[in-house]
Design a protein around this ligand. Structure first.
Ligand SMILES: Nc1nc2c(c(=O)[nH]1)N[C@H]1C(S)=C(S)[C@@H](COP(=O)(O)O)O[C@H]1N2
Ligand SMILES: [Mo]
Length: 331
């Protein structure tokens, strides 16, 4: 299918930066913004060294916030403990509690991300430079896992487009490929052949340049916990969670659709696009509804399901990217 020309000048709609609703948890962000990078980064590095550092996000007041986008009304943030305790990060094991229990061995500093391929100025960015590359924002996004659960997470980061612009993509840059770290010494799951490592994902260039596509460095105003993909991960809110690669070390601009780990593993179940779509069932289950983590009585035993929204509720923002495409064929 024809690939739309990338639009490098997409404006950032003001409504995608929601009003801050959880004061007091953004000290490091404030320091970065104020240019006090030295002390902020020293704090960051110290936190990384101290696995047991207090987590200010641990007992959030659970404010009911206007959903960032999608017009679904007020949705409560998912509790910090759920956001950080119930994860998929197969490099650390396949159980939902494995990333929380095992990711402590991940070394997030020093860390570099190389941006290469079809671009005029390929470059390797140190994580400290990346942090300062664009103004840190707060975005409250829904995350919908292909398995049928969802969360509402306040992310801290900035649009991936800001990074891609730095390397000046050529006209042959039609897709963007992402690679996560794959180090057996730090990641016990990488010794098992559950997926082809490194974890690989990809986006079309216009999806990658879309202002909703975020490179995230934190959540709940805190540095990213390791289980959530520290020190830097992708967040693509209108796609199933697995498109949002964690602990990224390489970003490649390419001219053809790149292979992706989940598509390589089970092509019939996981396509390249993987847009959240209640009308296209997974071959083994319906995608029409979802369980919001933390909702429902008796600790979730009495499951309350909510309808899954087209493009996870972000249709007004991203629907036009897929105009004319058969979304059953390009699932
Ligand atoms: N490198 C890597 N990235 C990954 C995964 C993974 O196993 N490895 N799992 C994906 C899946 S299936 C989901 S649902 C989200 C979960 O993100 P969260 O931990 O922030 O909830 O991460 C995605 N990114
Ligand atoms: Mo997922």
């Amino acid at each position: 299918m024809p690939v739309p020309r990338p639009r490098f000048d997409l404006p950032l709609p003001s409504e995608i930066t929601p009003r801050a609703v959880y004061e007091g948890r953004r000290d490091w962000l404030r320091m970065l913004a104020a240019g006090a990078a030295g002390s902020a980064l020293a704090g960051w590095a110290a936190r990384d060294a101290l696995a047991a550092a207090p987590l200010p996000g641990k007992n959030p007041a659970l404010p009911s916030v206007p959903s960032a986008l999608g017009g679904a009304g007020a949705e409560a943030l998912t509790r910090y403990d759920d956001v950080t305790g119930y994860n998929n990060f197969y490099e650390f094991g396949t159980d939902k509690s494995d990333p929380h229990d095992n990711a402590g061995t991940l070394k997030t500093r020093p860390w570099t991300v190389s941006v290469e391929g079809e671009c005029a100025k390929p470059r390797t960015f140190g994580i400290d430079d990346l942090l300062k590359l664009a103004p840190m924002e707060e975005r409250i996004y829904r995350l919908r896992c292909v398995e049928g659960w969802s969360m509402v997470i306040p992310w801290n980061g900035w649009p991936l487009a800001a990074l891609l612009r730095q390397v000046e993509p050529t006209s042959r840059a039609k897709y963007v490929a992402f690679e996560s770290l794959a180090d057996k010494r730090q990641m016990p799951g990488v010794s098992r052949a559950v997926l082809e490592w490194p974890y690989r994902e990809g986006l079309r260039i216009d999806e990658a340049m879309h202002p909703l596509t975020l490179l995230a460095f934190g959540l709940y105003g805190e540095i990213l916990p390791k289980q959530n993909g520290a020190p830097v991960r992708l967040v693509v809110p209108w796609k199933y969670g697995f498109k949002s690669a964690k602990s990224i070390v390489r970003i490649r601009l390419v001219d053809a659709e790149p292979p992706t780990s989940w598509n390589l593993a089970i092509p019939r179940e996981y396509g390249f696009y993987s847009n959240v779509n209640p009308k296209v069932d997974h071959p083994r289950w319906s995608q029409a509804s979802e369980r919001r983590i933390g909702e429902g009585g008796l600790g979730g035993l009495i499951a309350k399901r909510r309808p899954t929204l087209m493009f996870n509720g972000y249709e007004p923002q991203v629907g036009q990217l897929y105009a004319g495409m058969d979304l059953r064929k390009f699932y």
